[in-house]
Every structure is written in C-alpha cells, then in structure tokens.
Write a protein that binds this ligand. Structure first.
Ligand SMILES: Nc1ncnc2c1ncn2[C@@H]1O[C@H](COP(=O)(O)OP(=O)(O)OP(=O)(O)O)[C@@H](O)[C@H]1O
Length: 405
C-alpha cells in the first residue's frame, strides 16, 4: 500500500510585539486564512481517506469470501502415514500418492498416525475427518425393515413378479433352482426413467423377506466420498453380511459403472477402482448367504457391459413409466388416505396425466390436496386435481415429463 503524502504544516503565528494594532489585526487575518486553508485541505484529505477506507473494506470482504470459497472448495481425502519433524507424510486416497506436507501447529495436536484428513490441491492438511464409521453411516442408508409393500406399487405388476422370482424365490425355495439345474440370478438391475418405483420395489422385497434394506447411491460415491468409493463398496457388502438377511440397493449405479469412453472426469481412475471393487464383491458373492443385490439406473445405455455378465447383474428388469391403467392404479394408491369428493374420476385423471411417472402422480395428488386446503375444504375435488395438473405442467411443453424432487 502506498503512503499518503505528508500532512500540511500547521501554520504558526508569530506576532511581533512591535506591531501596531492595525498590523496585528492584519497578521491575525492572514493567519486565519492560512489555518482555514490547512483545515480545508485536511478535511478534503479526510474525505479521501474515508472513501479509501470504504473501498479497502469492500476489497477485504471480497477477499475473505474468496478465501472461504477456496477453503470450502473440494478437498481430497488422505491418510496420515507418519508425523515427522519435517511435517506429515500423507497418502492420498484414490491415487495412493505419498507426499510430505505441512500441518498447521493448531491441527498438529489433533492429528495422529493413521488418521483421515482432508487436504487441498497443494496437499496441505485442512482439517481432520471424522472416524471411518461416520463416512460409512453417511454413505449408506440402512432401514431395518422398510414398510413399503407390493400393494403400494401400482402399474408394474410384471416387474413385481419378475423381481419376486429373481430375489425372493432363491431365498425361499432354492431347491427349485437346483431341481431345474440353473443358477439363481446374482444381481437384479432395474432400469427405467426416474420416479417409476425402482427404489420402492427394492424396499418391498426387503419388507417381504424380513430383510434389512441397505441403500447406497452411486452418485454420492463419486461426488461426496471422493477417494473412498472402493472402500465403501467393500464396507457395503460387509455391512450386509452382518445384517443377513439383507437387500443391498445400489441406486444410480451408472455413476460408478459407466462405459470407459464416456468418462471425462479426472476422477476416472477412482471411479474405475470403485467399479472393480463392486465387480470383485459380486464375483465372490456365492458364499455370501442371504444377501440380495439390486441396482437401479436411469441410464442403462451408459453402463459398462462388464457389470451385466453372468454372475453379476444378470437379471435385467425394465421399469417403464406406467400406462393408462397403471396410472389409474397409482392415483388410487396415492389417494387412499385422502378425503375425496364423489366427482373424482381416476380414469379421467389417468388420461390427463399422460407420460407421468409414479413420482409425478404422487406430487400431483399432494398438490391437489393443497388446493383443497387453500380453499379451506376438507374434501378434495376433481377441480383440485385439474388445477394441480395445470400448476405442475405450467412450465412444461405438453407431453414432456416433469422433473420433480
Ligand atoms: N409404480 C408406482 N406406484 C406407486 N407409487 C410410485 C410408483 N412409482 C413411483 N411412485 C412414487 O414415487 C416415489 C419415488 O419412487 P421411487 O423412488 O421408487 O422411484 P425410482 O424409480 O427409484 O426413482 P429414481 O430413479 O429417481 O431413484 C415413491 O416413493 C412413490 O411414492
């Protein structure tokens, strides 16, 4: 920062005792003029300084924000291999690179060999990470026994039957497969547009077989738990075998099992490793007992065919958007608990909601209920559904599926 020029000298008044009265007045007047001039200049400088100060404060605030953003931008997960006098040797997850790096003295106290830490682009340790079990708990959603039943799923009866055959039957009646002389499927892959009931299907299977439902989202492995994908996949299968019988549900499997050519990200190698771990878990699956694996994707076209080989996800079930009868059933399911007026016509609703997925139909029914509440009615009428339909399709061209969630 440059220094401001020095302040003007303070005018001095030297009154010669010899001066006449008139001369004294003139000298004082002159002095007053000097003082006023200096005052004006100082006032101007003060204004300038104030302005400067405001500008600097603004700049400081901006820098602070940038600094925060830098601090919160992506960090990499690493493990402290060894604390030495020269700093810490950390090994970055994912690429196994070892680096010698600095640790701020404030953090040093908290860190021990073997701890997991977050490092920035230049490997400097930013903070310690919670224990491994936390990542595991965060990455996996465990439901002891989901409450969803097959009766809650509408319009995909064939898919329900296929899932039951592929998942339930090997558990309940394994001899049937032996007698016929075929291997039961290892994993089931549900594919189809978003919101069509894939997760519900997996939960209903868990409910029906009294199994624990363990869900992991492929996209989170890639975005949130960078560097830990492979380990978390291993943990996922371990957790399932601790909770037998269990249903493992891997949502958005395309995130970890996309065709190699498709991936442009730098996390490519890491994603590959996660997929390899998944494949090896599935290949070693036979000894695993009562654990079923179901995966789901909206991007079947993107999948690496390696995961579809026999002994892996060898049972493919397409879960499409419901047809008109399916939509009618789904409207009936989602209005079961609603106080409906007599004029509500499911057939007409199903016709109106062309191209809607199950999830979209669910949102539409909730929206219709909101219109009744706004109108201070306890009964939901056909007109509420019509208004709800207009609302949810407002910004969409006709026939385009609406993105909910
Ligand atoms: N076939 C259906 N019958 C009844 N409700 C459905 C159906 N499909 C979807 N829903 C409703 O939509 C919600 C979301 O569905 P679900 O999570 O099972 O979809 P998904 O196919 O797994 O979607 P995504 O691909 O977005 O994960 C469900 O909780 C349910 O209320």
């Amino acid at each position: 920062m440059s220094h401001s020029p020095s302040l003007p000298d303070r005018p001095r008044l030297n009154l010669d005792p010899e001066l006449t009265g008139e001369e004294r007045v003139a000298a004082l007047a002159e002095h007053l003029e000097d003082v006023t001039a200096v005052h004006d200049e100082l006032a101007a400088r003060l204004d300038e300084a104030r302005e400067n100060r405001e500008e600097l404060a603004e700049e400081a605030e901006q820098l602070q924000e940038e600094n925060e953003a830098l601090k919160t931008s992506s960090l990499y997960v690493a493990t402290i291999e060894e604390l030495t006098d020269d700093g810490a040797i950390v090994r970055q997850h994912g690429n196994n690179q070892e680096v010698l790096t600095d640790v701020a003295s404030a953090l040093r106290e908290e860190i021990d060999n073997g701890d997991r830490v977050a490092v920035n682009d230049s490997f400097s340790v930013q903070r310690t990470l919670s224990a491994e079990t936390d990542a595991r708990a965060q990455a996996m959603e465990v439901e002891e026994r989901p409450t969803v039943t097959y009766a809650d799923i509408g319009g995909i009866d064939d898919q329900v039957r296929e899932v039951r055959e592929a998942v339930e039957m090997p558990l309940i009646d394994p001899e049937r497969f032996d007698t016929v002389g075929i291997e039961p499927p290892t994993g089931v892959l549900l594919h189809g547009p978003p919101g069509t009931g894939k997760t519900m299907l997996a939960k209903a299977v868990a409910n029906e077989t009294d199994a624990t439902f363990i869900k992991m989202a492929g996209s989170e492995l890639v975005r949130k738990f960078i560097g830990e994908g492979a380990r978390l996949v291993r943990d996922l299968f371990e957790l399932a075998s601790e909770h037998e019988p269990a249903v493992i549900f891997i949502d958005e499997i395309d995130a970890v099992a996309a065709k190699r050519t498709d991936s442009k990200t730098s996390g490519d190698a890491e994603v590959q490793r996660t997929m390899m771990q998944l494949l090896s878990e599935m290949d070693g699956f036979e000894e695993r007992g009562d654990v079923s694996i179901i995966a789901a994707t909206n991007r079947y076209d993107m999948l690496d065919r390696a995961i579809l080989r026999p002994g892996r996800f060898d049972r493919l079930i397409e879960v499409p958007k419901p047809d008109i009868e399916g939509r009618e059933q789904i409207f009936a399911i989602h209005t079961r608990g609603m106080n409906l007026a007599d004029d509500v016509d499911f057939e007409a609703l199903a016709e109106m909601a062309e191209e809607f997925s199950g999830a979209e139909i669910e949102s539409l029914t909730t929206e219709a209920g909101m219109f009744a509440i706004r109108d201070e009615r306890t009964e939901v009428r056909m007109a509420d559904f019509e208004e709800a339909f207009e609302k949810v399709t407002e910004d969409e061209s006709p026939g385009t599926p609406i993105a909910f969630n």
